[in-house]
Design a protein around this ligand. Structure first.
Ligand SMILES: *Cc1c(COP(=O)(O)O)cnc(C)c1O
Length: 368
């Protein structure tokens, strides 16, 4: 937390606005709109997952439809497809961003069309804050006239060619879960340049109340709006977002420098001009001779340093065993050799020193 979160939360209590709407919700949406720019509209919702669910409903995804989804991601990217009774079609990653491969994506689109069903939407993820190859993905999506949902849950603060990720697709989503770069304890947002989409998210997300003095419904609604208390936290967090991005990027730089001398440790790094990552998590690949990712994970854990393998691809999850998959073994291999290092915004220099020294000890090389 920064310093202002508690002030906004106290305002909610003082004014008795303890509800899934109120001045903090409006203020938080406004702050996000100002931060994202580019004429983006924002609906604050109860979670990133809810925002993805709303996005698919707004794009008309229905039972029996197919939706293309990046395989390497957190399950929340794909679950809302199933909430709608639709089928996820998973696509492999590419090596430079670890996100959806435009080539495999086009292959998937062509093959699904040939099999008689054009995908209803595409969900692309900006994993660990790294922008996907969004320009190529949007070009292919336009060619086949398929709407794109950008899952930017991990990527608030990241940009591609100077534009925030989440603002390229038809709809973008953000998450403010406790583990994300900023948090409202739990929360999310649906973002779009299309004001109709955002209006619809607000309408459907607050129980689809038709205008009438009584309770009148012509559509199925959801209870997906953000609480005014949580939005108070979000307003405070927006004031420290640039600092949080700097802190996460500093973690990455620290690790990068410390491991420069270790052969076989590779980073998820910005692949070229135009890519700006918030480096939400610093993720590495362990390609050290005779030393595996599991060796490093166990060694760090044994030294009381928490770390995790990368997201396990969805096409390898038993719950999605029947879903079609297009790609090769790229995401599978990343999962096997990838590790997320401690990446909190509150890591101290001493923490980082201890982590990097321990990694060097584990691998058996001198600290650089
Ligand atoms: C966290 C996350 C979500 C879900 O957001 P919640 O707010 O936790 O529901 C979706 N996609 C990705 C990639 C995430 O990391």
């Amino acid at each position: 937390m920064g310093e202002k979160e508690i002030v906004y939360v106290q305002e909610a209590f003082a004014s008795n606005w303890i509800a899934p709407l109120g001045p903090n919700v409006n203020g938080f949406e406004h702050d996000l709109e100002a931060y994202l720019g580019n004429n983006v509209h924002v609906a604050a919702l109860s979670s990133g997952t809810a925002a993805l669910h709303m996005a698919l409903i707004i794009l008309g995804v229905k039972a029996g439809d197919e939706v293309i989804c990046q395989s390497m991601t957190f399950a929340a990217s794909a679950n809302p497809i199933v909430y709608q009774g639709a089928t996820p079609v998973f696509v492999d990653s590419e090596e430079s961003t670890w996100n959806m491969s435009p080539e495999f994506m086009e292959l998937a689109i062509k093959d699904r069309i040939q099999k008689g069903k054009k995908p209803k939407a595409i969900i692309v993820v900006h994993l660990y804050g790294m922008p996907a190859r969004i320009d190529e993905i949007m070009a292919i999506a336009h060619k086949y006239e398929i709407p794109v949902v950008e899952d930017a849950a991990e990527a608030l603060g990241s940009t591609f060619n100077g534009k925030p990720v989440g603002t390229f697709g038809d709809i973008g989503i953000l998450s403010f879960n406790g583990n994300k770069i900023i948090t409202t304890s739990g929360g999310g947002a649906l973002i779009s340049k299309n004001p109709e989409f955002v209006h619809k998210a607000r309408f459907l997300g607050s129980q689809a109340l038709d205008p009438a003095p009584h309770y009148q419904h012509s559509q199925i609604g959801y209870n997906y709006r953000m609480s005014n208390v949580c939005a108070g936290i979000g307003r405070g967090q927006m004031e420290v977002l640039p600092l949080r991005v700097q802190q996460r990027r500093n973690n990455y730089q620290f690790y990068k420098k410390a491991f420069a001398g270790i052969e076989g440790i590779e980073f998820l790094e910005e692949p070229g001009k135009g890519y700006f990552s918030n480096h939400w998590l610093t993720a590495i690949l362990v390609k050290v001779p005779n030393f595996t990712r599991e060796d490093l994970r166990l060694c760090l854990t044994g030294n009381n340093i928490d770390c995790r393998p990368l997201w396990k691809p969805m096409h390898l999850q038993s719950v999605f065993a029947d879903a079609p998959y297009y790609g090769s073994d790229i995401s599978e291999r990343l999962f096997e050799i990838g590790l997320c290092l401690p990446s909190g915004s509150n890591l101290t220099e001493a923490d980082l020193e201890r982590i990097t020294t321990t990694v060097c000890d584990c691998v058996g090389v001198p600290v650089s």
